[in-house]
Design a protein around this ligand. Structure first.
Ligand code: BEZ
Length: 252
């Protein structure tokens, strides 16, 4: 699921450069352990790749995402899906499980998201998710901050992401009635064909007020700062991902 500014993503470009996002998420699907006959909400379903994987268990998946293009791609795969925000879910006591991959770091109002997920679940329902945790893309965020600081004409750098620590997210879940069964931070350096593609795909919202020339400068300077940190002659580019993986059960 993407924020308002970044919800016009192109499913084909996203898949081409970030197909690893769903491939690396299969352990989270294992943690979800979907069962035949269960009703599962995929919050931030993207193009539906993981929803299809979950439905192989015989569970019924409903996907929601902020991007109408992603919802279209999802429906083309045969998944029931709707445009909706995780901070405004139209469901109450409806699901056996809520699943979410690579989405919740886009939702800065994390408390409302957790409240809405709790409300969408049946009593005893589980919430299984993975998203960026403390330290995620630290080198990239620091490079962006440095470039904005160097160019006051770009305005203020407003970090669009929420990368919580274990302690912070566990406390948030417990405050909304969840019992946390598993929570871990998992460093996951991930090969990327070109860091420029990552910046092109994920910084639209952040650079929406820049001119085309300013945006080109932003990307070029980020790449130069990041080259000595994230590029290796033998391995190429690697993105400094850190995942927060969670399984929690709601008590109402
Ligand atoms: C992530 O998957 O961790 C991520 C993706 C885009 C921007 C920031 C983080």
């Amino acid at each position: 699921m993407k924020t308002e500014e970044t919800n016009r993503w192109n499913p084909k470009a996203y898949k081409k450069h970030t197909g690893f996002v769903s491939e690396l998420a299969l352990p989270v699907v294992d943690l979800l352990a979907p069962q035949h006959g269960e009703k599962i909400l995929d919050a931030g379903c993207g193009d539906g790749t993981l929803a299809v994987e979950i439905e192989k268990s015989g569970a019924k998946v409903i996907g929601v995402d902020m991007s109408s293009q992603m919802i279209e791609a999802c429906r083309e795969k045969g998944i029931e899906a709707y445009v909706a925000s995780v901070t405004e879910l139209p469901y109450h006591d409806s699901f056996d499980a809520v699943f979410s991959n690579a989405t919740l770091h886009w939702v800065k109002d994390a408390k409302t998201a957790v409240q809405q997920i709790a409300s969408a679940l049946k009593n005893g329902g589980r919430f299984v998710c993975e998203f960026g945790g403390e330290g995620n893309v630290f080198a990239i965020v620091s490079a962006m901050q440095e470039v904005f600081d160097k160019h006051p004409e770009f305005g203020t750098f407003d970090n669009p992401w929420f990368f919580p620590s274990i302690r912070e997210y566990k406390a948030l879940l417990e405050s909304e009635g969840f019992e946390v069964r598993y929570i871990a931070l998992i460093p996951r350096p991930t090969p990327m064909d070109d860091i420029k593609n990552w910046l092109d795909i994920f910084t639209n919202g952040l650079t929406k007020d820049l001119t085309k020339e300013q945006r080109d400068i932003f990307v070029a300077e980020c790449v130069e700062i990041l080259r000595p940190i994230l590029y290796h002659d033998s391995k190429g580019w690697s993105v400094d991902y850190v995942r927060l993986r969670v399984e929690a059960v709601v008590r109402k």
